[in-house]
Design a protein. Sequence first.
Length: 137
Amino acid sequence: MVCEEGGRVVGYILVGLRIPSLLSRLERQTRRLFRRGGGGDQPEEDPDLKVGHIMNLAVDPAHRRRGLGSGLLRAGLDYLRQLGARRVELEVRTHNRAAICLYRKFGFTVERLIRHYYSNGDDAYLMQKSLTSKQRK
């Protein structure tokens, strides 16, 4: 999704559903096999298949502090809900206070620190938010 002003892109957000890792899929398949042998053949909802991911959110510095980031984030979260995501995750630089503040305003919480996440060695926070709660910001 993009935000345009005067025919020029001044902000965008890139979101999607996270693709489960091979290890995650193998672990899930193994659990299903053992469950069949144990009598319970209840299908388990896979939490990995319903996780949204915000890959990028950016607003041109000359257009910040006007609510464009909030509008893009709101639209991205709504789109992830339409895709059936139950929660959403993102990574953010630990020193990006403005972004962290925005995400917290929308109900995101820091789940953990990821050391040396970025190519220049910067650390990141993994933040997440439930999309099934009543809070819809």
